[in-house]
Design a protein around this ligand. Structure first.
Ligand code: PLP
Length: 397
């Protein structure tokens, strides 16, 4: 699939790195070694000692990266599990004294849906608005937090637009009301300089497949003072997350974490590609705007509105030509409904339906970006011409 020649580069071009990434080159090199590690970390024999060492190393590396204690890290299956675990933990410890939760209107469904599920158990959910630039309404948070607030949860960076939220400031507001603070850091790792320590949050959730490691592996940061209740019971992870550890995933993560720790060159590379893309695409194609352009954004993401084309049709046409992009969150792609995230930012239905997300990765090249723009320009012109013709035909009838 990867090698089918579809475009003039004779290979597929993957520009959907916010949906998932492919294992890094270094990880692929070490793959054989990783598969050798298949013992159970709970066993006391030789086969158990090797995975135990890997678990300890990976936990230590994460702790160094986040400037926290290794005891504040729990491995799990990914950020959806992490987000559910955080909300359930806070609800169990705070209810009924504190039963209110604040989440932003642009959270990933794994946050929005777990928050929604708590309503049936007596929680009140406040949705924090964001403006058209993706900027969160800090005044709303200040006005809404109170002695009833259990948790404020705002994602570090949005998966659709790349807009970065001022987590440190939000944490300060939450703390002043005695509330706990969570941030979904899925779109931070592998594309941002490490400023985690400054955020001051109680909980943060991470997913390995978003930064060039394997699916089904993730971890949660839990401040030692923050409450925690397991979602899955068992003895592993100090009884905080049961289930035999996914040692293959954690061994892979252990390798990629070294690359994440030295991210500056990769950030420079992706920023250059994104800036080149946004400048050139607007020069070559009329009626293109970049959503959340006036917000601080992660270095790899461009969310475009392309006037007069349907995003899903565009996506399918580009796919046939060998380019992988997205119209919104991976999980909602394929749905004819426009992105709720873009709608909540104040884009019209027509604008949201004409959106396209391009997310660069560590190994994309300038050549790929320029070929992509060439193809996007051709396909856009064709779809716009077809749309015009349909309008004329409809008028004739
Ligand atoms: N949070 C954000 C912002 C995401 O982009 C995603 C994945 O799309 C998730 C959470 C869910 O992560 P996982 O695939 O590890 O469950």
């Amino acid at each position: 699939m990867q090698n089918q020649p579809f475009n003039s580069l004779n290979r597929r071009v993957y520009l959907d790195n916010n949906a998932t990434t492919f294992p890094s080159a270094r990880l692929r090199e070490k793959w054989g070694e990783i598969l050798e590690v298949s013992g159970n970390a709970s066993s006391v024999h030789q086969e158990g000692r090797v995975p135990k060492t890997i678990l300890r190393d990976a936990r230590k590396k994460i702790a160094e990266l986040l400037s926290c204690s290794p005891l504040e890290i729990i491995f799990n299956s990914g950020a959806s599990e992490g987000n559910s675990s955080v909300f359930n933990s806070v609800f169990q410890s705070a209810f009924p004294k504190r039963n209110e939760f604040l989440i932003s209107s642009v959270e990933h469904p794994s946050v929005a849906k777990v928050a929604d599920s708590l309503k049936a158990r007596g929680a009140v959910i406040h949705i924090i608005p964001v403006n058209r630039d993706g900027k969160i309404d800090l005044e709303f948070i200040k006005k809404t937090v109170s002695e009833k607030t259990a948790l404020v949860s705002v994602m570090y960076a949005n998966n659709e637009t790349g807009a970065i939220h001022p987590i440190k400031e939000i944490t300060e507001i939450a703390k002043a009301a005695g509330a706990l603070m969570h941030t979904d850091c899925v779109q931070m790792m592998g594309k941002c300089e490490n400023t985690f320590k400054e955020l001051g949050v109680d909980y943060a959730t991470f997913s390995a497949h978003k930064f060039y490691s394997l699916k089904g592996t993730g971890f949660v940061y839990i401040k030692s003072s923050a409450p925690w209740s397991p979602l899955i019971f068992g003895s592993q992870e100090r009884a905080r997350r049961g289930g035999t550890e996914n040692i293959t995933g954690i061994a892979a993560l252990n390798i990629v974490l070294d690359e994440v720790a030295n991210i500056s060159d990769k950030i420079r590379h992706m920023t250059k590609l994104r800036d080149l893309f946004e400048k050139t695409v607007q020069e070559k194609i009329s009626g293109v705007s970049v959503t959340a352009k006036n917000s601080p954004r992660v270095c790899n993401t461009s969310s475009l509105v392309i006037d007069g084309v349907d995003g899903d049709t565009l996506l399918m046409s580009l796919d046939l030509k060998g380019f992988s992009v997205s119209t919104g969150a991976a999980c909602s792609s394929g749905s004819p409904e426009p992105s709720p995230v873009l709608l909540s930012m104040g884009l019209t239905r027509a604008e949201a339906q004409s959106s396209l997300r391009v997310s660069m990765g560590w190994t994309n090249t300038e050549e790929e970006v320029l070929y992509f723009i060439e193809t996007l320009s051709e396909v856009t012109a064709k779809l716009r011409a077809m749309g015009e013709k349909e309008k004329k035909d409809a008028n004739v009838c």
